[in-house]
Design a protein around this ligand. Structure first.
Ligand SMILES: [Zn+2]
Length: 102
């Protein structure tokens, strides 16, 4: 049987853990709110000059282009996809070019 002191210590540990969990949950909620606030503020705005970004399509890939400074912004994987298509195109071109001499 736990003594009164042990029961009290167990209770204290439970309250401390519960309080820590509440603090962590509040921090996480604040972090998510800040992330959403920043996304609303910056979404589709140029990271260089802050103006609006418009979507343009190159080779079937949609890129974001700034209306002011004309900066071009790639989403994750888009640059690699363009490079891949460029390589593919180059090979097609040289393949056809070489066929002319056969
Ligand atoms: Zn810009």
């Amino acid at each position: 049987m736990p003594t009164e002191i042990e029961k009290r210590e167990e209770e204290d540990r439970w309250f401390k853990k519960h309080e820590e969990d509440l603090i962590e949950a509040a921090k996480e909620k604040k972090r998510i709110e800040e992330e959403e606030r920043l996304k609303k503020l910056h979404f589709m705005h140029c990271p260089k000059c802050g103006q609006t970004l418009h979507q343009i399509e190159i080779e079937g890939i949609t890129l974001d282009k700034c209306v002011k400074c004309e900066g071009l912004w790639f989403d994750k994987g888009e640059l690699e996809e363009l490079q891949r298509r460029e390589e593919e195109h180059k090979h097609k071109f040289f393949g056809k070019f070489m066929e002319m001499f056969r």
